[in-house]
Design a protein around this ligand. Structure first.
Ligand SMILES: *Cc1c(COP(=O)(O)O)cnc(C)c1O
Length: 348
């Protein structure tokens, strides 16, 4: 990260692009009594007959208050998946650049890399599911643009050691993306407070997990104003729809409810760990800093199929590196968790 210069990382065509200027971009000082005949909308009321705010100002303002950042450090997308895709398109030249991922981890990083014709350098986590810092840093080359750190990591459920993460941010020459989809369940602090310290740091979060809004698709990217401006330039003009913006704002103003649910999930997690430890088919329970638990069982394929037969769908991770015979359980309601425990106890 020495002599960090964002301009060296942006793709040339993106640097030269002139963004589409939507009607709502060109005139935004809207007041209710004005006549809007600039966007070819249907004038009759449906609640959503108007195009949504392309900058999602209200949602960003609220998020900025909650997270202690500036609204200009936020980009919103149609789920984290769109946010991550924008990062590839802004910084990775197809058939030339590469990104680094640390398996076992979230599958979308390599899917998006393939989709964008970008190479993936994979450096497996160590036996404690921690990043191998020196191996990662020595594997980078001048075309390494993004390093994905998922913390807490999916599917392993642990958060990465903070000093290792810091070494990676300091030693990587491209942009470090910390995926904090599960941060609200974590005992570790978010990296958001370090945004101003590290110009190459990008943090993604989502309303899909702790906030209980997977169905509305709202992903969030926090980064420097410079990085956010690049992403803003290339995002589809109306990428976050009106219904999503309304629902997000509503939820972000009832944080007590969200906190209550998160606390209940955390209590259930603790209980579930205790109960799982007494079940014979379970051989290991990995520590969880998220809303799911990774366990090693005697035979993952067998147990997975048996659970399906009993109407319980879990995630079979046995084909993932370091995850042989591992299943991933999302923490459910008290009743759902009881059903899981009861069913696991009946397996033979
Ligand atoms: C679930 C998850 C997300 C969320 O993706 P959305 O597109 O925002 O729903 C992001 N990253 C990780 C690691 C996840 O497990």
């Amino acid at each position: 990260m020495k002599d960090f210069n964002l301009n060296n990382l942006i793709r040339e065509n993106i640097n030269n692009i002139k963004p589409y200027s939507s009607a709502r971009d060109e005139y935004k000082e809207a007041t209710a009594d004005m006549v809007f005949i600039d966007a070819n909308e249907n004038p009759f009321q449906t609640n959503v007959n108007r195009y949504p705010d392309p900058q999602q100002s209200k949602v960003k303002k609220r998020l900025a208050e909650i997270k202690g950042v500036n609204p200009s450090q936020i980009l919103l997308g149609n789920g984290s998946d769109e946010v991550l895709d924008l990062l590839f398109r802004a910084f990775c030249e197809p058939k030339q650049d590469n990104v680094i991922t640390l398996p076992p981890t979230y599958g979308m990083y390599s899917v998006l890399a393939d989709l964008n014709a970008v190479d993936v350098i994979s450096i497996e986590l160590d036996d404690n599911f921690e990043p191998k810092v020196s191996e990662i840093l020595s594997s980078q080359n001048s075309n390494s643009k993004l390093l994905f750190l998922c913390s807490p990591n999916n599917p392993t459920a642990n958060s990465f050691n903070a000093s290792k993460v810091e070494e990676l941010i300091e030693g990587f020459n491209g942009l470090v993306v910390i995926d904090e989809a599960y941060i609200d369940f974590s005992s570790q602090e978010s990296w958001l407070s370090k945004l101003d310290e590290f110009p190459n740091l990008i943090i993604t979060q989502t309303l899909s997990k702790a906030y209980g809004l997977a169905g509305i698709r709202l992903g969030i990217c926090y980064a420097s104003v410079e990085i956010i401006s690049v992403l803003n330039k290339i995002k589809p003009p109306y990428n976050v729809n009106q219904l999503t913006q309304d629902k997000a704002l509503e939820r972000l103003t009832s944080l007590d409810e969200v906190n209550k649910e998160v606390n209940s999930i955390l209590n259930e997690r603790e209980l579930l760990v205790t109960q799982l430890s007494e079940i014979s088919v379970i051989k290991n329970i990995y520590p969880s800093d998220a809303n799911f638990i990774l366990v090693k069982v005697d035979n993952a394929n067998l147990r997975y199929n048996q659970l399906i037969e009993k109407g319980i769908v879990v995630r079979n991770r046995t084909t993932q590196p370091l995850c042989e015979n591992c299943l991933r359980f999302t923490i459910g309601t008290e009743e759902e968790n009881n059903t899981l425990i009861k069913t696991l106890n009946q397996l033979s």
